[in-house]
Ligand binder design. Structure first.
Ligand code: LLP
Length: 403
């Protein structure tokens, strides 16, 4: 049991809290599911990029899936070895590509023919050979929220099979490119196995057709995407997930690379916020709290559901309320029509499943400092990021203040 009251009194609110033991459990379960096959878990840093969280996964043996050179640098800082780092993303700049090649990471996931050309040119300038993988867009509907769907031709990610084939041939003939892997990632918060299986099959067939033209790959990168339970979702079991994928790889000697984010971090995280006021506008009841959409954007952006639990002495009947923050936007809410007792000033609300895409999607909108982050390990709490103060927020502007 997490003592939220004590954490609130020690670290103040709003506050992110992460249970490292839970992250370990999730990591081990997923890794175990792929046993019997060479595999690399490459933690998707974007889901929670706090250095201590990355370090925690590094200590478990994880690699990192990164989507910017900033994330690559974080991975290095947290102690992930270069040979376990992958760099994906549709829009890598020349500088980012250059640094990734210089850092000799495992491979760059290339997402277009134009990008392949840049990578080749930059590797040539550096007198290097860059290991690459190509992100294939299998044109499969992942059956998830449209904003986090990535495997359809309508989405900006990856390249079609035919384009990928051309790119592999080009890479294979280049002195400066070494095609070592193939990648797909069809979306996030996936709760259906069929689209994953179908995509894996398409991509595995592509590996076989490349073998026929003497292009031998080593890594089969299945992306991330495993869904988690926010409310009443029936989720895919890691064992079934692994079996579905491994079933498509018969006869292929490939290392499976998995890029889990949400599965490892979402339900390890809690966002703790304090009640400021109760208010009623006509028939509508609002509970105003000290955290806002700048801290946790998912409800506003995706209408995402996050369970909210009240920590209060209140014995009143529960009634429906919108839980809203102080940000100057009507979209600033954590829940609509959430059943809660009448709350007092300083009562606490725990927003569950906040460990993935929570803090990282935060902002300083309305000149609000980002909350502190705390990690719990074996029942012991440690601050892993201090609260942002006003001085932090203006630091990059002050010296440029127009006279
Ligand atoms: N690999 C690639 C190439 C990705 O694009 C992503 C997520 C992952 C791995 C990790 O996916 P996961 O295992 O976490 O599903 N902000 C959204 C989620 C965006 C996901 C972007 N890509 C949200 O809050 O739901």
């Amino acid at each position: 049991m997490i003592n939220f009251k004590e954490l609130a009194s020690t670290y103040k609110t709003p506050l992110y809290i992460y249970d490292l033991n839970y992250m370990t459990k999730q990591y081990e379960e997923l890794k175990e599911a792929f046993k019997g096959r060479k595999s690399l878990m490459a933690y998707a840093i974007k889901s929670n990029s706090n250095l201590s969280i990355i370090k925690h996964f590094a200590d478990l043996g994880s690699g990192a899936d990164c989507v910017s050179i900033g994330e690559v640098r974080r991975a290095f800082l947290a102690g992930i070895p270069s040979y376990k780092i992958i760099f994906s993303g549709v829009g890598k700049s020349d500088d980012e590509i250059r640094e990734a090649i210089q850092k000799d990471i495992l491979y760059i996931n290339v997402e277009s023919e134009a990008e392949l050309g840049r990578v080749e040119l930059i590797a040539k300038e550096l007198g290097a050979t860059c290991r690459i993988s190509i992100r294939v867009n299998p044109n499969i509907d992942p059956l998830t929220h449209p904003y986090i769907s990535t495997g359809l031709h309508d989405n900006k990610f990856g390249v079609e099979i035919d384009t990928a084939k051309r790119m592999y041939i080009r890479a294979n003939n280049s002195e400066h490119l070494d095609p070592v892997g193939i990648h797909f990632h069809i979306g996030s918060q996936l709760t259906e196995l069929k689209p994953i299986y179908e995509s894996a099959e398409i991509v595995a067939d592509m590996v076989r057709s490349l073998q026929n033209i003497k292009i031998e790959l080593k890594f089969f990168d299945i992306g991330g995407g495993l869904g988690v339970k926010y409310k009443d979702e029936v989720t895919i079991k890691p064992y079934d997930y692994a079996q579905a994928i491994l079933g498509t790889l018969k006869g292929l000697d490939l290392t499976v690379v998995c890029e889990p984010g949400r599965f490892l971090t979402a339900n390890a995280g809690y966002f703790l916020t304090k009640v400021l006021y109760e208010k009623q506008n006509g028939a509508k009841r609002f509970v105003v709290v000290d955290g806002g959409m700048n801290d946790l954007l998912r409800p506003s952006l995706y209408k995402a559901y996050h369970k909210i639990e009240a920590i209060s002495q209140s014995r009143t009947d529960e009634s429906k309320a919108d839980v809203v923050g102080p940000v100057c936007e009507s979209g600033d809410f954590f829940a609509k029509d959430c059943l809660l007792p009448i709350l007092e000033h300083n009562d606490l609300l725990v927003v569950h499943s906040a460990g993935a895409y929570g803090f990282g999607m935060g902002s300083n909108y309305n000149t609000r400092g980002r909350s502190a982050e705390v990690a719990l390990k074996d029942g012991v709490a440690r601050l892993i990021r201090r609260r942002e103060e006003f001085e932090d927020l203006v630091a990059l502007e002050k010296e440029f203040l127009v006279k």
